[in-house]
Design a protein around this ligand. Structure first.
Ligand code: 5AD
Ligand code: SF4
Length: 473
């Protein structure tokens, strides 16, 4: 879900054959083109689609061929030092290109733009625009100024901006699955996290625009939407006319009611905020997927307190129990950080044991990376040696690997409804798709099923990361 790796960026994941279908916004005039590359979380990828829409409105088409444009954007992530290092490497490559092509403009978007602000222009002399996550509406002006030779920075953080009225220009192009951003920012102050500083205060988007976007996608053939927010369970939108407040559980049901044929996913849930109403909404609606990303971060209560997660180990285990009781066939996944400030070996063991307790289908696992300006950086010493952080990470990965293998083995013999996403990477004779639990499933083509169709797949084999099976009619 988190992409720190430049070789995995959005532009490379796009299915070239779908380019025409999803890429070109109707009515764009002229042949001006821009190139955009995204790093980090799904929210960043979703933001790039808003930026693409704003650029399309001034006549720019997206291209994946960097050679045929003189306007490059890089949508950046600050979550870990490595994420920022990768962006800097990429900027150095753009730098070289700029020396050969002086008309080339480079714009830095997203979290690194917000964190470093004007410093970007000083540090990376060849960057022309620095635009924070709430300032994308200003891009047309910044682009025009940049073409006139004037560099620009807009990193204003807003309390209201949700881009509610902007219809994103879909860049991922599989034409089946799309992100819908339902809120922005984050008011939790997890001590390790830079996000509250780079994305500002939490605000929820008008629910009617969310539903309209889901309906529009469905009418255009999409079959799956993922509702995105840093903390979706605290979604709260007050209708200014009726004063009625819409909760996340209510929003989920409204989106699910667009059509039983439209699958609904969401990310990310915070253990302190997820409610039983959300769990009941999942249980009662076949098209709300049985999958919850519920990051634990650490399995130890003292570390959780230092992390300012506002729950402890027992609270988290109770949430897992609630999910298992209400939705027995729900997959749960997690994020885990190893080697947070002052973490002892015993406390690290608690992270290993909670993986087994929760039986995560998968986890995104990281060693702690101190981020400038965060609570942890100001209050605690980053005292765990890198080698220890990495060794603990390897142990966490190993336990998760064993749990994933065991979890997936349990699926052998079961039949799942799978949404076909396209050909499998290895062979055109096979399709790939996900089941409700978000597990990637590979199966041989049969009949005239095509991407976007639902099929029943009986699982015959499993690995750590995938299920294999056959279509049953
Ligand atoms: N160091 C390591 N991992 C981090 N994350 C967030 N901040 C840091 C950090 N400073 C992880 C958390 C979060 C995920 C998006 O990234 O696990 O859930
Ligand atoms: Fe990275 Fe967090 Fe910003 Fe997403 S919100 S791009 S994960 S720093």
């Amino acid at each position: 879900m988190y992409n720190d790796n430049p070789t995995l960026n959005i532009n490379k994941e796009i299915d070239e054959s779908k380019q025409g279908q999803a890429f070109f916004k109707e009515g764009i005039k002229g042949d001006k083109k821009f190139y955009i590359e995204s790093y980090g979380c799904q929210m960043n990828f979703s933001d790039s689609e808003i930026v693409a829409s704003i650029l399309a409105d001034i006549g720019y088409q997206p291209t994946r061929n960097i050679e045929e444009t003189n306007l490059i954007f890089i949508n950046t992530c600050s979550i870990r030092e490595k994420a920022e290092d990768n962006v800097r490497k990429r900027l150095r490559i753009f730098d070289k290109m700029k020396r050969k092509r002086p008309d080339l403009l480079v714009g830095v978007l997203g979290c690194m733009a917000e964190r470093l602000k004007e410093k970007f222009l000083e540090e990376e002399k060849l960057v022309d625009m620095v635009v924070g996550p709430d300032a994308y509406r200003d891009i047309p002006k910044l682009v025009a100024n940049a073409f006139d030779g004037e560099k620009g920075v807009n990193v204003f953080l807003s309390r209201e901006e949700t881009y509610a009225d902007i219809s994103p220009l879909r860049l991922d192009g599989n034409g089946i699955s799309a992100f819908i951003s339902i809120m922005r920012g984050c008011d939790n102050m997890c001590s390790f996290c830079v996000v509250p500083y780079t994305r500002g205060r939490e605000r929820s988007r008008n629910c009617f625009t969310v539903i309209a976007e889901a309906r529009d996608l469905f009418e255009r053939g999409y079959k799956e939407v993922t509702l995105l927010g840093q903390n979706v369970d605290s979604y709260k939108w007050e209708n200014p006319e009726t004063k009625k407040v819409v909760s996340f559980a209510e929003l989920l049901v409204m989106v699910a009611n667009v059509s039983p044929e439209l699958r609904v996913r969401f990310s990310t849930s915070h253990p302190k905020d997820i409610t039983e109403e959300v769990m009941y909404a999942i249980r009662d609606h076949e098209n709300i997927c049985n999958y919850i990303h519920l990051p634990v971060q650490s399995g130890n209560s003292r570390i959780l307190k230092l992390m300012n997660r506002t729950y402890d180990r027992e609270w988290y285990m109770k949430k897992v129990d609630d999910i298992r009781r209400i939705i027995p066939d729900c997959a749960i996944s997690s994020d885990i950080i190893t080697g947070f400030c002052t973490e002892t070996e015993e406390e690290h063991q608690d992270s290993l044991s909670i993986i087994k307790y929760a039986n995560y289908s998968l986890s995104y696992m990281f060693f702690y990376s101190e981020r400038p300006g965060t609570l942890a950086q100001r209050k605690y010493e980053d005292d765990i040696p890198l080698a220890v952080k990495k060794r603990r990470l390897a142990e966490v990965i190993e336990v998760q690997r064993a749990v994933s293998i065991a979890e997936n083995e349990k699926d052998i013999g079961k039949v799942f409804k799978v949404l076909i996403e396209g050909n499998s990477k290895r062979s055109d004779d096979f399709y790939k798709g996900r089941n409700s639990q978000n597990k990637m499933t590979i199966f041989q083509k049969k009949g005239d099923f095509k991407p976007g169709d639902y099929v029943q797949v009986k699982i015959t084999e499993s690995t750590m990361a995938t299920l294999k099976g056959e279509i049953v009619l």
